[in-house]
Design a binder for this molecule. Sequence first.
Ligand SMILES: [Zn+2]
Length: 144
Amino acid sequence: MVELYILGKIRESDVEGDRLEQFFVVLDGNRQVCLPDPKFDEVYLPVVCSNCGTLNLLIGQDIECVSSHEREMGPERIHSDTLYGKCVNCGAEMEAKVDIYEYPLNTFQHFEIDEEQNCKAVKIGNFREFIQALMSMKPEILIV
Ligand SMILES: [Zn+2]
């Protein structure tokens, strides 16, 4: 299963009041993740260029809640964005649409990818471990 890498902020409340905390999360379609009232800043998707076969990361920076409808356990929200990139090897434009489902409230697991232009989503083995090792150098970021 393809993985999505997401950076954003969630609201944390404690005795000192409300504050925004940065988070990093990997969605793999299997693991359920709890993110209270998240604001997504960036989402990254590894893809292979259909033109030359080079591995690239597509980046989306405008993830928004595009729809919400009621189900048994409350609203199901869909957060959506189109990710873009230019192949680092051949220069071809690539584009993929990502829909991230939130259901029940604050719970994330399922997502869908529509490879709209010149790319195929792929999984990078051990990439999550690499990012987590990197981010452990910045302890103020919450790794979910
Ligand atoms: Zn290419």
